[in-house]
Design a protein around this ligand. Structure first.
Ligand code: AMP
Length: 423
């Protein structure tokens, strides 16, 4: 079924089709095909859908559509509200809505509001009103308390990732917000799981909802090319620089083990004229948002991140990830490489493997039933002793299968700590 037969009005359809084509969405995903016609008819929806199903566009398109047909209600009156659990999701959803609204014949103002940053710019932003607000519940309450917006003429409410909203303890804020909304409104409710608390919330909020259940999209299974490059730890930054420059990697998410490493590696890359930024939990929220935004806009080419900070990032069309430090577990490996090749795009995942980490990487391969050929890059061939026990591509006679002696291990530990402090 094409996007054109979901029920969009002929005055808006061309603008949507153009925006969808630009995003590379050729046909609706299952949840889009099911939810959009029902929402356009004014029904409430309860969608059981995971991230990756295409649920954002499933609610964003009809939200934009309904607003275009409803009269504007004056300053500070919000017409569409999307509640999300995290600031990262708020930013992503806001951006998705803006990109889908891009060619509409009228301007749609989308305001993204989340905590952890100063409230004043957000209040200024709301002064002229906003058609759609995407917000985390805590900050929304603050804004309401500051009289920065009114929800009394809201037409559509979207709860995105409702289960996470409750998990994160937003139950009370949610109840307060719901009490401020007009009784006559359309509700779209999305959640990955439906424990009793979520069922109750849905039953409370929704009027004769259409229930939609979608498994992950089978055709969205991404193709990820996985590579492993052997390199001594002390030369990884140079190799990374070399790869960025010679392989035409337009944007790369690099994973490191510590905040300190994120800072140092980003700094070294910057000194080599590569636009690189660290991304970790100790940065201010403002800084993190800025980095993410610049990365999406391709102002920043390389983001050097820790696992925790990178979790939940959804940057469409991220061409490559690099495991500068290997992940601790095979599950983390899958999480990391899943950052590339999203929604049917081809992605590239490169892991740096050294003599010291070879055994660990082999364990990851075994757990995930992978077999990734080891490569070497000319000029960056590893020289550290403790040879690779697979083939010996250098032809210099590796110590195949030799077990390290106690002295070998001490030497190796010393080399490792020396190279780690040097990055
Ligand atoms: P979501 O579940 O909304 O987070 O979307 C998951 C991913 O699928 C995002 O990267 C979207 O950009 C992408 N996506 C959403 N709808 C479509 C579509 N109809 N065709 C291709 N990709 C899509």
């Amino acid at each position: 079924m094409p996007f054109s037969s979901l029920g969009f009005s002929p005055t808006l359809l061309p603008a949507f089709l153009r925006a969808l084509a630009e995003k590379g969405y050729l046909a609706p995903t299952a949840i889009q095909a099911e939810a959009i016609p029902a929402i356009l008819q004014g029904r409430d929806i309860v969608g059981s859908a995971q991230t990756g199903s295409g649920k954002t566009a499933a609610f964003a398109l009809p939200l934009l559509h309904q607003l275009a047909h409803a009269p504007s209600s004056g300053p500070r009156h919000v017409r569409g509200l999307v509640l999300v659990p995290t600031r990262e999701l708020a930013a992503q959803v806001g951006e998705a809505i803006v990109s889908l609204a891009k060619y509409l014949p009228h301007r749609v103002k989308v305001a993204v509001m989340f905590g952890g940053v100063s409230i004043n710019p957000q209040m200024m932003n709301l002064r002229g009103g906003a058609d759609i607000v995407v917000a985390t519940p805590g900050r929304l309450i603050d804004l309401i308390d500051h009289n920065a917006l009114s929800l009394s003429s809201l037409g559509m409410l979207v709860l995105d990732e409702a289960d996470r909203l409750l998990d994160l303890g937003f139950g009370e804020e949610l109840a307060r917000i719901l009490a401020l909304l007009p009784a006559r409104r359309q509700n779209l409710f999305f959640s990955a799981t439906f424990p009793p608390a979520i069922e109750m919330l849905a039953a409370d909020m929704l009027q004769a909802p259409l229930r939609i259940e979608v498994r992950a999209e089978p055709q969205a299974e991404p193709e990820i090319v996985q590579r492993a490059i052997e390199v001594d730890p002390g030369r990884r930054t140079q190799l990374l620089r070399h790869l960025v420059q010679t392989e035409g990697l337009s944007r790369v998410l690099v994973f490191v083990a510590t905040k300190h490493a994120a800072e140092i590696v980003a700094d070294k890359l910057r000194k080599a004229d590569i636009e690189a930024e660290p991304f970790h939990g100790e940065l201010s929220q403002g800084k993190r948002s800025q980095v993410l935004q610049d990365f999406k806009l391709k102002i920043v080419q390389v983001v050097v991140a820790t696992d925790v900070a990178a979790r939940g990032l959804d940057i469409a069309q991220l061409p490559a990830v690099v495991n500068y430090d290997l992940p601790r577990s095979s599950v983390d490996y899958i999480h990391r490489i899943g950052r590339t090749g999203r929604a049917g795009e081809t992605g590239l995942a490169i892991s740096f493997v050294s003599a010291a980490t070879e055994a660990h990487f082999r364990l990851i391969e075994k757990r995930q039933k992978l077999s990734i050929a080891r490569e070497q890059v000319t000029g960056f061939e590893p020289v550290e002793l403790q040879a690779f026990t697979t083939a010996d591509p250098s032809g210099t006679g590796g110590i195949k299968g030799k077990r390290p002696s106690k002295k070998d291990k001490l030497r190796e530990a010393a080399a490792r700590s020396a190279s780690e402090s040097g990055h």
